[in-house]
Structure formats: C-alpha cells, structure tokens
Design a protein around this ligand. Structure first.
Ligand code: SF4
Length: 202
C-alpha cells in the first residue's frame, strides 16, 4: 500500500512529546483559513508516493525517537495507508500522535458501523492505532497563544486514546516549543502554527 507524503522531519522535538519522527501527508480538502501548509492541500499533486512498509521500517530504525507524529495535509483523508503504517510502528514500540482537522465525533460518524453500512474504510483502524489525537479545524481567530503545548487554536482538543500518555505528564504543561529549520533553502517553522501563518501574510 502507498501513502502520499508531503514532508518528513525525522527528529523533531516540536511536534509532540519527546523526540519524534514527524510525517506530513499530502492532501487536505478542509482548507482552514490561515493554514500554515496550503501547499499540502492538493490530494493528487505534490508530495511523493511511498510504500508504507518501507516508511515504517525507516521510522522503526530511527534511533532515539519515542514515537511518530502525523500532520498534514489531512491524515484521515488517507486512512487505510496510515492505519497500516501506524499499526506497524506501534508494533515496534513507538507511539503515534495524529493532528487532524476533523473532530473526533466527525471521525466516528465517518466510520462504517460495526454492523456494516456506509463509511470510509480505515478510519476506525487508524483511530485504534492512535495514542494521542489533536482534533478540530485550525481557527486563526482563536489562537492558543502557547497555553497548551502543540495546539494551534483554542477550539482544538487533545484526546488521550490509549494509556500510553496522560495529561499529568509534565511535558504536556511546559511552554510551547518552536523549531526553525532550513529545508531546501527555505526557512520552515515547526511547532507554532500562528508563527508560520504570520510568516505567510503579506
Ligand atoms: S490546518 Fe490542517 S485541517 Fe486545516 S487546512 Fe490545514 S492541513 Fe487541513
């Protein structure tokens, strides 16, 4: 199975607890105003198709990371490939954190019911292989202003879907982290959507 990938940062400390392998997927139809990654909107242009098994092997072999973070683009618009990826990396002991523009209740409504029926395959499997979920559209009019770590706007909620993490972990209450990198000659910002949004405004 293949996944369309927009960007990879194999060792960030700005996109979740601990050192993480961050993966930005290509394609998002939600188009939140102020999104810091509009170049990742097109679902069939841009990015690179990669084999899930190869990517999982690379992630699992990355030294010193405690997990992966999946951002976008919209992860739940490629749910089957990502569910397979996340199951493989969790089996190797890594944790999975996902940032989605959908709310958790929307995702549950989009899943097929256990008795069959309409729905998008893979969503329930992807949720079942997610330890931490940050949900909801990015709303530039409601900036989080750094009070909660790793959250872009105040409407977004962090869901602890497994016992792997707990809100009492001190890493969840320390101030937000920002990372500046040069990627292909361009300055990129990890960990602070408002700063990336402000950089894009004329
Ligand atoms: S913030 Fe997330 S959900 Fe919103 S448009 Fe950007 S990638 Fe899509």
């Amino acid at each position: 199975m293949q996944l369309r990938v927009a960007q990879i940062v194999p060792d960030t400390e700005a996109e979740g607890p601990g050192k993480r392998f961050a993966l930005w997927v290509q394609g998002c139809t939600l188009h939140c105003p102020g999104c810091c990654n509009p170049e990742m909107f097109a679902p069939d242009k841009g990015g690179t198709l990669v084999e899930v098994a190869d990517l999982a092997s690379r992630m699992s072999a990355t030294p010193g990371i405690e997990g992966i973070s999946v951002l976008g683009g919209e992860p739940f618009q490629q749910p089957e490939a990502l569910a397979e990826l996340c199951a493989l990396v969790r089996a190797s002991g890594l944790s999975v954190m996902i940032y989605t523009g959908y709310t958790l209740s929307e995702l549950k409504e989009m899943s097929p019911s256990p008795r069959g029926g309409k729905g998008k395959p893979g969503i329930a499997d992807l949720l079942a292989n997610t330890d931490l979920l940050v949900d909801g559209r990015y709303d530039r009019t409601r900036p989080e202003a750094g009070r909660r770590r790793w959250i872009g706007s105040s409407n977004q909620v962090m869901h602890f879907l497994t016992p792997r993490y707990a809100p009492t972990d001190p890493r969840f209450t320390t101030p937000n982290t920002i990372e500046l990198r040069f990627v292909n000659g361009q300055l990129t910002i990890n960990g602070w959507p408002q700063a990336a949004d402000a950089m894009r405004k004329p």
